[in-house]
Write a protein of this length. Structure first.
Length: 529
């Protein structure tokens, strides 16, 4: 049995084993995309490369047999750069969006597509849980948000954007009117105490997320009622006060203590507050030319200065967010600041680091041609046919939600290309050529093939070839234009048959996925849960 070493660690492996096999035995995580146990190696992705001492070139670990005395380097900067390059080359030819444009444009980065699918299916309880993972005041924002998500909606260029903001607000208002409004789960008491100075939208959002993290929160405000700018910037016809009060009550229900008509005067009072709490968040809005200067916070042009991504000020343990940092800003941005500041404070209290404002990793398909948008609309309307004749507000909401084009990737949570790109900090636009044309092929069984996401690993071809009664898949074209497709202009059902699910599971990029939304017209009319 050959004995080899990887990064200085020796291992004995059976004859015929590969470097990848040996690495796995050692617990070394070498990334793979085109590899699958039981399939012949194609060595097409090259993200599994390693360096073998004595050889000039990198070698694919999935296909290179272990030889006695072989010395392998896997976790070096040089090898990591090679893997990053391989990933960036694949990303440069990848047509799709990991994260939908609407979610990227939302300052809170809420999972809008999931919310829309849940509303479409009448799953109101799941929808409000999805919303409140990120948004503390969804009913309020349903009334006052400037709707950046809808401006980014791809359907807007065709027949109007999906009414995302109204659907979010409607779901939240239905929840508030129920006998048991949704309350997100909170972690056990951490024993840490946080003072939040300012009970406006930013402070309320911060309290909402800090309480879920298990921290004891005290909200302090110099006004007799919480709400801050929400009470004086919007009249009752735009933002009904009973709605505002009801939603704020749900935030405070998580356990935050509220001290109203409480002013923090000079630096002595502020220092006493710092001594009593493990962290302090200042989000009390704009207070003059140099806000909070009496407390010792440094500012510039009327705004408190903070460290980007951490919301830290010049004072240890003191954070700032919202209007006091940005001067004039939207309510939705203030709520997003509150969420991000809470994440940063939680990291500070736990002794870890974070960039709370960092956007999620995504590949972007960019602006689609009108005919490409039409292809997406045709697919959605075929599989989400809600009857037009309806007097029910719930049915109308579900019909509106069913207009979502599902721009987000169906494999967003388990796509190995995305996983390894994040792992190696690969840049999606580093090697970018001509964009592919959007094509969507769907089988009656629910399998969906998006050629623009295919990396030509050939796994689905090998799997389908195991059944002689299937048409199977094949490589079509030559050179750089080669693509996986169905031969003889056949259908996906003819090509994959009962092996469709196995091919989907093997696909490393969700180029093949299962997409079987139920016909909304066949669903029972469900009320809020």
């Amino acid at each position: 049995m050959p004995r080899i070493s990887i990064d200085g660690r020796e291992i004995e492996v059976p004859p015929g084993a590969t470097i990848l096999d040996a690495a796995r035995r050692l617990g070394i995580d070498i990334p793979t995309l085109c590899h699958r146990d039981g399939c012949e190696p194609s060595c097409s992705c090259l993200v599994c490369v390693v360096r073998v001492r004595g050889q000039k070139r990198f070698v694919p670990s999935c296909a290179t047999r272990a030889v006695e005395g072989m010395e392998v380097e896997s976790e070096t900067d040089e090898v990591h750069r090679a893997r990053r390059m391989a990933l960036e080359l694949l990303l440069g030819d990848h047509l799709g969006d990991c994260v939908a444009p609407c979610e990227l444009s939302c300052p809170l980065h809420m999972d809008i597509p999931s919310m829309l699918r849940q509303i479409r299916d009448g799953e109101w309880g799941k929808a409000i849980a999805t919303i409140k993972r990120d948004i503390a005041l969804p009913a309020v924002l349903g009334r006052v948000c400037p709707k950046p998500c809808e401006k980014a909606c791809r359907r807007g260029v065709a027949d109007g954007a999906v009414a995302i903001c109204a659907l979010k607000g409607q779901t939240a208002e239905i929840d508030l009117a129920s006998d048991a409004p949704y309350a997100p789960p909170c972690k056990p008491d951490s024993g840490r105490r946080v003072a939040v100075v300012g009970a406006g939208p930013c402070g309320l959002a911060a309290a909402f997320h800090l309480a879920q993290a298990g921290h004891r929160v005290t909200l302090l405000d110099d006004q007799p009622q919480p709400g801050g700018r929400l009470r004086h910037e919007f009249d009752a016809s735009t933002l009904p006060r009973d709605l505002l009060d009801a939603e704020m009550a749900q935030v405070l229900r998580l356990g935050a203590e509220v001290r109203l008509s409480t002013s923090i005067g000079d630096k002595t009072a502020f220092d006493q507050l710092r001594n009593r709490y493990d962290a302090v968040l200042v989000c009390c809005g704009v207070q003059g030319k140099e806000p909070c200067a009496p407390w010792g916070l440094t500012g510039n042009q009327g705004a408190v200065q903070i460290e980007k991504g951490t919301y830290r000020t010049n004072l240890d343990g003191v954070f700032a967010a919202g209007s006091v940092v940005r001067n004039k800003t939207s309510v939705v941005r203030s709520v997003a600041d509150g969420k991000e500041a809470a994440v940063a404070i939680d990291a500070f209290l736990c002794g870890s680091s974070t960039d709370a404002s960092r956007r999620p990793f995504t590949v972007r398909a960019g602006r689609l041609a009108p005919e490409e948008v039409s292809v997406m609309i045709e697919q959605v309307e075929t599989f989400s046919d809600v009857p037009e004749a309806s007097t029910s507000a719930l049915e109308e909401a579900r019909r509106q939600a069913a207009r979502c084009l599902h721009c987000d990737c169906r494999g967003r949570n388990d796509c190995r290309l995305k996983l390894h790109a994040e792992q190696y900090d690969a840049r999606p636009t580093h090697y970018q050529g001509a964009r592919r044309e959007l094509v969507l092929l769907r089988g009656n069984s629910g399998v969906l093939y998006e050629p623009g996401k295919c990396i030509d690993c050939g796994l689905c071809i090998q799997i389908a070839s195991s059944r002689r009664d299937l048409l199977g898949l094949t490589f079509i074209g030559r050179g750089f234009d080669v693509r996986v497709g169905v031969p003889f202009d056949g259908s996906l059902d003819e090509a994959l048959g009962e092996l469709a699910a196995e091919c989907v599971a093997a696909c490393p990029t969700a180029a093949l996925s299962m997409d079987t939304p139920r016909l909304a017209s066949e669903l029972p009319i469900l009320g809020p849960s």
